[in-house]
Design a protein around this ligand. Structure first.
Ligand SMILES: [Zn+2]
Length: 272
């Protein structure tokens, strides 16, 4: 039915009701969730969780975690990719990439470290013949440049919000583009246009749970000031997000579900 191609289900936000979140996902028709790692310290957690829930996982060091990451973490990633190379639930190297938004990560030194880890992990993906799951935030051109130097077998540009030209460049390199809760907002005109006009074959769906709540879960600054917590996103929201995209594209929901699931299996061949 549906594949959530990006959910941080190991996050503390799910600590108290992870089993219920999982059951709600299955009840909503979300058959599989891709759980990406963010640092060496959660490699085992995401792997064990994926096995326990019959989901799949990716191993990698997220750009936001590069300030504290070390060479030993890269060695640990290489070792884990070796150790679990025959694990059918290990589907990608991720979440890796570059973040061009967070100021502390964009001093010359911090950006150099982001680049060092991104490029080293592209090499590991190449060596281990795995696709990659990319964090793209104001970084599409830099990501693409490194991909041209170190080609990998494609993957997913997650939470994509770039230009049509950048989207086409990722597609040309074998990537699918991940769309989620951000496109449920009426004011997200550019993103909605992109998600509507790109070929359906280029699109995968994701929640990025617990983040990027769709508009029906979003609480305003005022509501939060009054004590209401920010809405927590979860995989069970994926079909409703899909419903918004199907309406935007003017296609039946079923067609969107079938196509985006097939696209996810193409981007992450071990999902087959
Ligand atoms: Zn993520």
């Amino acid at each position: 039915m549906w594949i959530d191609t990006h959910g941080h289900l190991d996050a503390v936000e799910f600590e108290t009701d992870r089993a219920a979140v999982h059951l709600r996902a299955r009840a909503a028709g979300v058959t599989t969730c891709v759980i990406p790692a963010v640092e060496a310290a959660n490699f085992d957690t995401v792997r064990l969780l994926a096995h326990a829930q019959h989901d799949v996982y990716a191993l990698g060091i997220h750009p936001l975690y590069t300030p504290q990451a070390t060479e030993a973490d890269l060695a640990q990633l290489d070792a884990a990719l070796h150790a679990h190379q025959d694990d059918p639930r290990l589907v990608a190297v991720g979440e890796i990439g570059l973040d061009g938004f967070v100021p502390e990560l964009n001093t010359p030194e911090a950006l150099a470290k982001q680049q060092q880890f991104y490029k080293a992990q592209l090499k590991l993906a190449q060596q281990h013949q795995l696709p990659v799951i990319l964090h793209v935030r104001r970084s599409a051109d830099l990501l693409l440049k490194a991909l041209r130097d170190t080609p990998v077998m494609g993957g997913i540009a997650h939470a994509f919000n770039g230009s049509v030209q950048q989207a086409q460049a990722f597609i040309a390199l074998g990537f699918k583009l991940g769309f989620g809760g951000a496109l449920t907002y009426d004011r997200a005109l550019q993103l909605r246009r992109l998600a509507t006009e790109l070929p359906l074959s280029a699109i995968v769906l994701e929640t990025d749970a617990p983040d990027i709540p769709p508009h029906w879960l979003y609480t305003t600054a005022e509501q939060r000031a009054a004590g209401q917590p920010q809405g927590r996103n979860e995989p069970a929201e994926l079909p409703r997000i899909g419903h918004v995209l199907a309406e935007l594209r003017g296609i039946p929901l079923e067609e969107l579900a079938v196509a985006t699931s097939a696209n996810a299996r193409q981007a992450l061949p071990r999902l087959q």
